[in-house]
Design a protein around this ligand. Structure first.
Ligand code: ZN
Length: 138
């Protein structure tokens, strides 16, 4: 069995953003030379997510509004976590949106559904963050 590991880095200029990282995952898969197996993509930070959904702007606005209703950024003092930090909402948003995705690799391609795209969800940006891609197979 072969294995391949790569890190992506992001410094998002805003506090929150959704970034389509499907091209980077496809590039990593091509570089790995693996044809059959599994591709794991996970956020390496507890205030960021990796998830799969549609690349549609309206839906991303809906995610932003929904997450703000569930865990509003402000007022900061509503959260016990916010003593020296102000990112309690980002931890909660990350928990809702998830840590990682696993995609089947078939015939050297990511075996995604017709509208499935892989996203990095940033909830506490303006600093360097990492995403891990690990691919195993033959
Ligand atoms: Zn924190």
């Amino acid at each position: 069995m072969k294995s391949y590991r790569q890190e992506l880095t992001f410094t998002v200029p805003t506090r929150r953003a959704f970034i389509n990282i499907t091209p980077q995952a496809e590039k990593a898969l091509a570089d790995s030379g693996i044809r059959e197996g599994l591709c794991l993509v996970n956020a390496m930070h507890i205030t960021a997510s990796v998830f799969i959904n549609d690349d549609e702007g309206g839906l991303h606005q809906d995610f932003e509004r929904w997450l703000e209703e569930l865990a509003p950024e402000k007022p900061y003092d509503r959260y016990s976590h916010n003593g020296y930090e102000d990112n309690a909402d980002a931890h909660l948003k990350r928990s809702v949106m998830g840590r990682e995705v696993v995609v089947a690799v078939t015939g050297g391609r990511l075996d995604l559904g017709p509208w499935e795209q892989i996203f990095y969800g940033e909830f506490d940006g303006k600093r360097r963050k990492r995403v891990l891609i690990k691919i195993i197979g033959e």
